[in-house]
Design a protein around this ligand. Sequence first.
Ligand code: WTA
Length: 649
Amino acid sequence: MTDLDPLLDEQRRFPPPPEFARDARIGSMDEYRRLYRESIADPEGFWGRLAEAEIDWIEPWDRVLTWDPPHARWFEGGMLNVSANCLDRHLETRGHKVAIHWVGEPPGEQRTLTYRELHAAVERFAAALESLGLLAGDRVAIYMPMVPETAIAMLACARLGLVHSVIFGGFSAEAIKDRVNDAGAKAVLTADGGWRRGKIVPLKDNVDEAVAECPTVEHVVVLRRTGVEVAWNDERDVWWSDLVRDAPRGAPPAAVDAEHPLFILYTSGTTGKPKGILHTSGGYLLGATLTMKSVFDLKEDDVFWCTADVGWVTGHSYVVYGPLAAGATAIMYEGAPDHPEPDRLWEIVADLEVTIFYTAPTAIRAFMKWGEEWPAKHDLSSLRLLGTVGEPINPAAWMWYHRVIGKERCPIVDTWWQTETGSIMITPLPGAVPTKPGSATVPFFGVDADVVDDAGESVGPGSGGYLVIKRPWPSMLRTLWGDDERYRSQYWSRYEERGWYFTGDGAQIDEDGYVWIVGRVDDVINVAGHRLGTAEIESALVSHEAVVEAAVVARPDEIKGQAIVAFVTVGGGVESDETLRSELREHVVRRIGALARPAEVRFAQALPKTRSGKIMRRLLKDIAAGKEEIGDTTTLEDYSVLATLRQEA
Ligand code: WTA
């Protein structure tokens, strides 16, 4: 893992600013260590105490944890309602506090919802969903733009014990169909369209196309957002506003079991089929709430902005559930960061006096490219804390963020976690842990992280290995929807006898115990902070009639972190020209979505394979990256393939 070497040369240290540490929830390394030790020495005592303090239970639990590897049950016997924890319990003390400040993409469009207003909207929409005959445990797909109604929809599901599956608005009809069918969703919630860089994304059209092949779907609820004409199916479709108007009075929160499923969120794995990550209620909510408060050092008057789309786990945990459970004021922005101009986000920060800003390294690299003049136009002095998530951050981008956005004043929390982990796992606590640019630093409470080799031995400082988590944590995934076998083999089989969770990430730990994440060690790639499986893209490519074989690899990209390069062999008689190249790129967009569009399609006469017929991706990666020296080729079956591949490149 030589990629790490430059990172480990990083000598800069940034201790928490004394003023920040003084007022912080956790204000020193000693305090972090004391709590961390407690969480590891007595996890049940630690988590039991916090579950008591952070969550309103309708019925108390009997047991903190039942660990029957690889299945965990947290807070068994406890009953709660997640939406009541996010809304009802704040009404008395924070009823008039802003819960969501929403900013639309068309400039000037803004809405503010107080906790009271959000609560009323969720109550009403829950009653509307109930009027459709949906029952606790039913699955509801949500394919919507970044508007308050999307949060309302999620919370209304939680209120009734319906299991939501949010599908990112950038996915295509084909991708929606697969996800809806896998979950067996009874209803799909969508909008007539969404705004993106001044254009309308045809959300309803995509749903129509998908749902034509989704036999479980009985209802499609459509929010009017853009006003465009949409096709209509009277038996199935209903306008959001009509449904709400006709619904009886609000729905009270249902008491559900701590282990009742809260949501399914599909993410990419190493096969062509996305995985339905299942999260449940009590443990997930505890993880989201506790990290929200401690990692972001949340104060009552903070204005918190996580720029993630709710279609990703970051949007679930830090746009909706974490901030609302913690009683925070959260920002939700509908559009693109550079629309109409590259200072849109900074304008919003200044206008709404954002205090905590959490984004992805890919966005930071784009800001760097657009230039310092854009943030310089606005007063960013309200900011007190910055965060990043989703991919490794290079020290140069970290330093730019620190200097240009944080004015060398704001700590930066580089937070490592995954869809599977539900909440932040490795991170600095900003008032306690000195940061090093490029390192996610230390494990959060209760997270027993290590870097080990194939045999499971800790590698120790100076060597790379696999990042594992050695014991269960409350917000961990519980299984893969409908595929417990894959859950076992994907995450638990590698260190089965030890009961460790395999993250799929490579990492290194330095002599201070700081974790440096290198990136995925499996066939998952990370393009602009979006997780994609190479196998998914390959199966999209081979579904095109001209394609015989395809291999997809990532090459480094200055802005997006990684970019997709597809090597393709075509059938005899097919013209491998520019037209086919762009057709194949658009074919992938149709099958998956624009986020999966290959940056490059390279035609090859043959793909490099081992004697046993396995495609040698490692070689393709080197070729895609334009490396002169490529890796070990001793197992290559046919050397001439290499020479032609390079010529064609
Ligand atoms: C990567 C996003 C380095 C990692 C919350 C992980 C990171 C995958 C970081 C999960 C970070 C996430 N530093 N790498 N701070 N955060 N990753 O499921 O490879 O979309 O396995 O969850 O993103 O991506 P996912």
